[in-house]
Ligand binder design. Structure first.
Ligand code: TXA
Ligand code: MG
Length: 337
C-alpha cells in the first residue's frame, strides 16, 4: 500500500462540526495552546489506530489523552496519586501532561500497552469547545508526520496531515509553540519526562522532590518511549550557535538565523528572526523551520537560549532538531540535557 494522502479533509472552524467526526470514529486536527493535535476518540481502538496511520507513528509511542474537564479523569485513570492531584490542581488547564495509572477502559493502542496514561486539559477556547462537544476523552499526538516539527498553525497542520485526517478544525496560532511538559506521577517520586512551558522551577514549587529524567542510552530502555525517536526535525539542516557573531557561512550557503540577538550576524541570511524574549522564540521556532523549508535554505542557525525556565524546553527541542550536528563553532558548549 502506498503512503500518499487519500482522503478529502473537511476544513471547519466549528468545534461542533469537528466533534461530529470524532463521535463517528474519525480523526480531527485541532488547535491547542501548545501545538496542534491530531485527535480521535480515546476509547475507540480503531479510531486510535487511524491516528498512527495518519502520522506514520511507531505503535510503541503512547498518546496523550485530552479532557474537556479534569472531572473526566475517572474515565481514563485507575487512580490519581497525590502528586498528580497537586499538579492537576495547580496547572490544569494548561501545557502540562500528567501520567497516571490507566483505567481498563483505555485501549492498548493509546498507551502502547503501558499500564499508565498521559492526561492533559488544554487551555484554549477552541480546544475546550471541541472537547466538550466530543464528550469523550480524545487521544492526540501533535499533528505532524512522525519525526517532524509540530504544527503551530492550522495551515501547518493541513500541510502535514491534510488528506490523511477526516477534518481540520481551524484556530489561531498556538500561543506556546512547544509541546506540553510531561510529568510521570504514576509511581513514587514524580519525574519530568519532557520539558515544556510549565517550567522545572514552577513544578518544583509545587512538588519539591520532582526530578528531571535524563536518558543514558547505556542504561537500558527509555521510560518514555517517545524519547528514543528523532523529533522536531525539519528537512533543512539545523546548527546550534552560542553567538551569531561567530557564524561563518560557507561560500554560496543559503542560510537562515533565529535567536535572541542578531548582533554580529554575518552576510545576507535568506530569513532572519530575532526574538525579543524566550517566549517569542519558543512560539515562533517551528513556524520558522517551516518557512525555511519553503524558502529552500541550506542551513538554519539557531542561537542557544539560557538554561532556565522555558529556555530549557527550547534547548531540548533545538538539540533534537539539530540531531547529531555539532554546536558551531565546535566544542564551546553543550545544548543542555
Ligand atoms: O502539547 C502537547 O503535549 C501536544 C498537544 C497536542 O497536546 N501533544 C503532543 O503529543 O506533543 P505527542 O504524542 O507528540 O507527545 C507525547 C509524548 C511522547 O513523547 C510520548 O512518548 C509521551 O508523551 N507519553 C505519552 N503517554 C505516555 C505514558 N503513558 N508514559 C510515558 N510517556 C508517555
Ligand atoms: Mg509529537
Amino acid at each position: 500500500m502506498g503512503d500518499a494522502p487519500r482522503k478529502g479533509s473537511r476544513i471547519t472552524r466549528s468545534p461542533r462540526v469537528a466533534a461530529g467526526f470524532i463521535r463517528e470514529g474519525g480523526t480531527v486536527a485541532f488547535p491547542t495552546e501548545t501545538v496542534y493535535g491530531l485527535g480521535a476518540d480515546a476509547l475507540n481502538p480503531k479510531a486510535v489506530l487511524a491516528i498512527f496511520a495518519a502520522k506514520g507513528r511507531p505503535a510503541d509511542n503512547p498518546l496523550i489523552v485530552h479532557l474537556a474537564d479534569a472531572a473526566m479523569i475517572g474515565l481514563v485513570a485507575r487512580r490519581v496519586p497525590r502528586s498528580a492531584e497537586r499538579m492537576i490542581e495547580h496547572f490544569f488547564p494548561g501545557p502540562l501532561t500528567v501520567i497516571v495509572p490507566r483505567a481498563a477502559a483505555v485501549p492498548d493502542a493509546v498507551t502502547a500497552g503501558l499500564d499508565t496514561v498521559g492526561i492533559r486539559q488544554p487551555d484554549h477556547p477552541v480546544a475546550s469547545a471541541f472537547l466538550r462537544a466530543c464528550a469523550v476523552p480524545v487521544a492526540a499526538p501533535s499533528a505532524n508526520r512522525s519525526g517532524r516539527p509540530s504544527p503551530t498553525t492550522w495551515q501547518a497542520a493541513r500541510d502535514e496531515v491534510g488528506g490523511r485526517v477526516d477534518c481540520i478544525l481551524t484556530g489561531g496560532a498556538s500561543a506556546v509553540g512547544l509541546e506540553s511538559t510531561v510529568v510521570d506521577c504514576s509511581s513514587g517520586r514524580p519525574v519530568i519526562l519532557r520539558q515544556g512551558a510549565v517550567s522545572v522551577e514552577a513544578l518544583r514549587a509545587v512538588c519539591p522532590t520532582i526530578r528531571v529524567h535524563h536518558h543514558d542510552p547505556a542504561a537500558g530502555p527509555v521510560r518514555s518511549p517517545g524519547l528514543k525517536y528523532r523529533h522536531y526535525a525539519p528537512s533543512v539542516r539545523v546548527v546550534l550557535v552560542e553567538d551569531p557573531g561567530r557564524i561563518t557561512p560557507e561560500a554560496g550557503e543559503r542560510f537562515a538565523y533565529i535567536g535572541l540577538s542578531r548582533r554580529g550576524l554575518p552576510g545576507r541570511p535568506v530569513l532572519v528572526r530575532p526574538c525579543r524574549e524566550v517566549q517569542d522564540y519558543a512560539r515562533l521556532l517551528f513556524r520558522f523551520f517551516r518557512a525555511c523549508e519553503t524558502a529552500g535554505v541550506d542551513v538554519i542557525y539557531c542561537q542557544i537560549p539560557g538554561d532556565e525556565g522555558l529556555g530549557r524546553a527550547l534547548r531540548d527541542r533545538l538539540r533534537k532538531a539539530a540531531g547529531d550536528h555539532p554546536i558551531f563553532p565546535g566544542g564551546s558548549g553543550r545544548a543542555g540535557g
